[in-house]
Unconditional design. Structure first.
Length: 245
């Protein structure tokens, strides 16, 4: 089984970290292909960043379909381009926010999300509502540090840990969801310290994709997830015409 894990930003060190976490939980026979687009933002921290990241994500999806990939993970907590990716793909496509919230719902009657910048909390709230998790999500918290600080700040674990402690004491939550793919390597450590489920969406998504692909399930091509309608695309997007996929 081949799973393509797409880091939607272009920071290679984060892609390597995400790939390592994915491999650490994958079945031995699963091949994890971690990648990031060749074009796009170095981090995703706004609606603008998300919108511009989607073209690179879709490029990786269409390449994967040509290569016979068995499943995909969009490894950004905003789940950018998820439905568009499902339109292009026959193989299952799972977003890490979607995966993490569903995993949390199996383990607790309420969870809080700990993410990076406060401005991204509304993006997370939109996803909570879209995924039907409003009754389970107790709070969305931010440490107010940029995504790329996760790669360089030596105090980042302590900062996230303290916010998780506040979530437990103030939010009446039974689980924590880490709201950034760049936090993937901290979930087990923080969970062991706090003795509470701390969920990294990358790891959860790997297991969900393995399950879906193992069950021989595929993305529906009936209704709104049918392949996009063939039509001309102009300018820089001309190579994305459906007849060129």
């Amino acid at each position: 089984m081949k799973i393509k894990v797409i880091n939607p930003n272009t920071t290679a060190s984060m892609t390597e970290k995400i790939g390592a976490i994915a491999r650490s939980v994958a079945n031995p026979e699963t091949e994890i292909i971690a990648c990031n687009p060749k074009m796009g933002p170095v981090s995703i921290e706004s609606h603008y960043d998300e919108a511009l990241s989607m073209v690179g994500i879709l490029d990786e999806i269409r390449q994967g379909e040509a290569e016979g990939i068995d499943g995909y993970i969009i490894a950004c907590f905003g789940d950018p381009g998820l439905l568009a990716a499902r339109e292009l793909a026959t193989a299952p496509v799972v977003g890490i926010a979607e995966a993490a919230m569903h995993a949390a719902s199996f383990l607790a009657t309420g969870f809080s999300i700990v993410t990076t910048l406060s401005r991204t909390k509304i993006i997370a709230r939109h996803l909570v509502n879209n995924y039907g998790m409003s009754h389970l999500c107790r709070q969305i918290r931010a440490i107010d540090l940029p995504v790329l600080d996760l790669e360089t700040d030596t105090e980042i674990k302590t900062i996230i840990l303290e916010e998780c402690r506040k979530a437990i004491s103030e939010d009446d939550c039974g689980a924590i969801v880490l709201g950034c793919g760049g936090m993937a390597d901290l979930a087990s450590q923080i969970g062991n310290i706090l003795n509470i489920p701390v969920i990294d969406g990358v790891s959860a998504a790997v297991k969900f994709v393995e399950a879906l692909a193992g069950l021989k399930l595929f993305t529906s091509k009936t209704g709104d997830l049918a392949y996009p309608i063939a039509k001309p695309y102009t300018g820089m997007l001309s190579s994305f015409e459906l007849n060129k996929l």
